[in-house]
Design a protein around this ligand. Sequence first.
Ligand code: TGC
Ligand code: FAD
Length: 406
Amino acid sequence: MVSFTPKTSVPFFAEIEMERFTGLDYYRVDELYTDEERLVRNTVRDFVDAEVLPIIEAHHRQGTFPLALIPRLGELGVLGANLQGYGCPGITEVAYGLIMQELERGDSGLRSFASVQGALVMFPIRAFGTEAQKIGWLPRLARGEKVGCFGLTEPDYGSDPGGMVTKAVRRGDHYILNGSKLWITNGTISDVAVVWARTDEGIRGFLVEKGMPGFTAREIEGKFSLRASVTSELIFQDCRIPRENLLPGTAQGLKAAFACLNQARYGIAWGAVGAAMTCYDVALKYAKTRVQFGRPIAGFQLVQQKLVYMLTEITKAQLLCLRLGQLKQAEHVHHTQVSLAKMNNVDKAREIARLAREILGAAGIVDEYPVIRHMLNLETLYTYEGTHDIHTLVLGQDITDLSAFA
Ligand code: TGC
Ligand code: FAD
């Protein structure tokens, strides 16, 4: 790794982090969680502090995902944790959200791994799969013995997945799949891909397994965001898929795919808060110790304004997440409510990361501090799982009854 000599007298992140992260809870939201939810949160928080933070900057620099953490995530029971049965613990939606928050306090790539595995692979198998598919995949995915990915986006169809050209044609007891999927998290490290394709019966979901003839994956290089995450292209050339690998419950076409997106967007809304909490925490500590013009920069009104804005938006986002979690737990959540939380929390976290970067001055552009990493990662959150603009239009349609898409 490249060595770097700091030019500032302020303690670097490793030193600042000597103090255990105790959390940012201005409105005592902690009191609104159950004991079990707090226990889950604290367990994952300790895991992130002990096993993620010490290694994540190196992975970010090298552009690698920390594969060794996958079995640990399985041991901790965080993969598909809000699902019931088949080796999944069925914890509350709020506890699940807190897991996402803590993982993303470490890195968005780690939360993305868990989101894709749980919300975009295990969820569709649980919701739309056959009994054999559930028994065959879910316990192994939950333990982290197997890895999955989700292929919806195509080179020419991102925000508009309904236009997809990937096609599966029935041939006796097989389907023949042709096409490609782009920007697929976990693609090259996956044992199974949930792939959405056009068929004679509309858009359906398939389980495409590693090694199936005609299926290849390649890693996308050159990312400046989500570097500690695997992002891939999936290519299908006359790929033969046994009929039993069709997810039968996906007869609702894109609505089934959208149901998966809601699960992942829910996790992202919580995760973004974790990234913002780290940025605020580092910026506050830095501002209290960095001295300019003879006093800590935290004493300047303009710096205080930034810190107060960060605190206010994090507090609002925490409350939004909690209420969304309660609605989801009661099965009373509408997908537009998930859109609002994803849109708002990511937008605010992105702004908070930029403000934290500003407060750190030049030190904000080096990875001795986690701020620049989170700032860059949040560009991906702003785009994937529905861009900020798309969620704005989803909400616009909901309140006006007028679609901006049609
Ligand atoms: P549209 O005509 O608007 O809707 C068709 C039907 O579906 C319903 N619907 C939903 N239902 C449940 N949940 C949702 N989120 C839903 N969104 C729409 C809708 O009510 C309608 O129902 P009905 O009964 O009237 O027929 O469909 P459209 O094709 O025009 O799509 C509109 C749009 C733009 C909202 C949709 O295509 C969209 O969400 N685009 C964004 C694409 C996206 O989010 N891709 C994500 C790819 S996966 C990913 O990024 C993983 S990142 C890794 C990680 O998570 O960490
Ligand atoms: P486009 O749809 O081409 O949009 C480009 C711009 O146009 C955006 O600013 C958008 O907001 C704007 N725009 C588009 N339509 C409209 C409109 N109607 N009105 C106003 N503005 C509009 N996908 C998967 O399927 N699985 C994954 O695991 C996955 N992981 C990802 C990981 C990473 C790191 C990234 C970056 C992406 C990932 N994606 C994944 C893809 C992601 O979901 C898409 O990038 C996203 O849906 C946007 O599509 P696009 O990039 O093609 O942008």
